[in-house]
Design a protein. Structure first.
Length: 132
């Protein structure tokens, strides 16, 4: 599909059949110099430049430290160059065996069909509680 809308691009990173498919779609649409921000107070907090840094500092950590960590989108809001996805994170922290559920919003900024910025807004308290 050429000329996908910004909303379709963002949806493709969440709604593939597998997390691998979502990851491939993200890699396909992300700008080389993407700026990716995980919220302060979140275990992977910080701003990372480029997909490789995001994979190392965010996805690999979430994949190795948590069981079944996932984001379930509830809905999307799209306007001009931004798409907001909001919903719920769920997962279980391996070290404690404690599950959690947290509300979250992701704000994506796109330019010319590429993801240039991502920012996470999350209620990190339930996440941190699961880690204690």
């Amino acid at each position: 599909m050429e000329n996908m809308t910004n909303l379709e691009i963002v949806k493709s990173t969440y709604e593939g059949k597998t997390s691998e498919e979502n990851g491939k779609n993200l890699a396909k649409y992300v700008a080389e110099d993407v700026s990716w921000t995980e919220a302060a107070g979140f275990p992977c907090a910080g701003t990372y430049a480029g997909l490789e840094n995001v994979i190392q500092n965010v996805f690999k950590r979430l994949g190795s430290e948590w069981i079944g960590y996932k984001f379930t989108p509830e809905d999307y809001v799209a306007a001009e160059d931004k798409v907001v996805a909001y919903g719920t994170y769920t997962g279980t922290y391996k070290m404690t065996g404690k599950p959690f559920e947290a509300r979250v919003a992701h704000v994506w900024k796109l330019k010319d069909g590429k993801i240039v910025r991502f920012e996470q807004f999350v209620d990190s308290q339930p996440v941190n509680n699961a880690m204690k």
